[in-house]
Write a protein that binds this ligand. Structure first.
Ligand SMILES: [Zn+2]
Length: 276
C-alpha cells in the first residue's frame, strides 16, 4: 500500500515537472519571438541612423538612397532637390520679397563629416522671409554645384541652411565662378579637414560678406539634397554667383570629391524669380 502511494506521488510529481517545463518552454518561445520582433524594429531604426550612404554610384549611391532604409523613402519623392533651373521659364512673382538678413559676426567650427565640409556658426544669424524668422544652422559646400542653371553646372555651390520649424527650412544656395581669390577660403582652406575631423577657428567672421551684393533669387519648393531627403525646404538659389580663384576651386574640389546629387525631375513644380 505504502509503495503504491509512493508510486502515485512520484507519477504526480513527474506530471507536474513535465507540464511546468512545457509551460516554461512555450513562454520562452513567446519571449524569444517578441525579442526578435523588438530587435528587428530597433535594428531597422538604428539602421537608418547608421546606414552608410554615398554620393558615388553603387549600392549606397544616390539612385539607391530611397531603398537603404525606411526613413530614406522620401529620396524617391516627387518634390526632390536639386533641379535644373531654366531661367527662361522662371516666373517673376510680385508676391516674393527681398531676403532680410540679420546676420552677426560668428565664430565657426569647420567640420568634414565625410559628406561635405560644413561650417557651424555660433550666435544668432537670422534671415527673415515673408515675416518668418529662419535661424541659420550651418553652411556647407558641394563640388560640382548641385543645382544647374540652364543645364550648366558651376564648380562649387554653398548652402546656407536655415530652420523655422521641423517642417519648414529655407536653404540659400550660391554658385561659384572662377575669378578673384575668395577671402574665406584664403583664411581657412589650409585648415579644411581632408577627412572626418573638426577645425576650430579662432577669429570671428562676417557671414553676410559671403553673399553676392545683388540677392535676386530663384525660388522653388523642394527637399534636402542628402538623406533623408525630407521635402521640407523652400529653396532660394541666388541668381548671382560669388568668386574664388582657380587654385582655390581646384584644391577645395579635391576635398569635396564630387559630393553632388544628380538633378531631380521638376514634376510640374513652378520656379519663381525675385529680381531686383
Ligand atoms: Zn547641401
Amino acid at each position: 500500500m505504502k509503495q503504491k502511494i509512493n508510486l502515485a506521488a512520484i507519477l504526480i510529481a513527474i506530471f507536474f515537472i513535465y507540464s511546468c517545463k512545457n509551460t516554461n518552454n512555450s513562454h520562452k518561445k513567446e519571449d524569444a519571438v517578441t525579442q526578435v520582433k523588438e530587435v528587428k524594429k530597433e535594428h531597422s531604426k538604428k539602421d537608418c541612423n547608421d546606414v552608410h550612404w554615398s554620393h558615388h554610384k553603387g549600392e549606397h549611391g544616390p539612385e539607391n538612397w530611397k531603398n537603404l532604409c525606411d526613413d530614406f523613402t522620401d529620396c524617391g519623392g516627387n518634390a526632390q532637390s536639386p533641379i535644373d533651373i531654366i531661367s527662361q521659364s522662371a516666373v517673376k512673382d510680385g508676391g516674393l520679397n527681398a531676403l532680410k538678413f540679420n546676420y552677426g559676426k560668428s565664430k565657426v567650427n569647420i567640420i568634414n563629416n565625410g559628406h561635405t565640409v560644413q561650417f557651424n556658426a555660433d550666435g544668432e544669424n537670422v534671415v527673415k522671409i515673408n515675416d518668418k524668422d529662419y535661424k541659420l544652422l550651418q553652411f556647407h559646400y558641394h563640388a560640382l554645384s548641385e543645382h544647374t542653371i540652364n543645364g550648366k553646372h558651376f564648380p562649387l555651390e554653398v548652402h546656407f541652411v536655415h530652420k523655422h520649424s521641423d517642417k519648414d527650412f529655407a536653404v540659400l544656395g550660391i554658385m561659384f565662378v572662377e575669378g578673384k581669390e575668395n577671402e574665406l577660403f584664403k583664411k581657412y582652406l589650409e585648415h579644411f579637414p581632408t577627412k572626418k575631423a573638426t577645425y576650430k577657428a579662432d577669429e570671428t567672421i562676417d557671414l553676410f560678406k559671403l553673399f553676392p551684393e545683388n540677392k535676386s533669387y530663384f525660388y522653388y519648393s523642394g527637399s534636402l539634397t542628402t538623406p533623408p531627403c525630407s521635402e521640407v525646404v523652400s529653396w532660394y538659389v541666388l541668381k548671382n554667383p560669388v568668386e574664388a580663384s582657380k587654385e582655390q576651386i581646384e584644391k577645395f574640389s579635391k576635398i569635396l570629391d564630387n559630393n553632388y546629387r544628380p538633378i531631380q525631375p521638376l514634376n510640374g513644380r513652378k520656379i519663381k524669380l525675385f529680381d531686383k
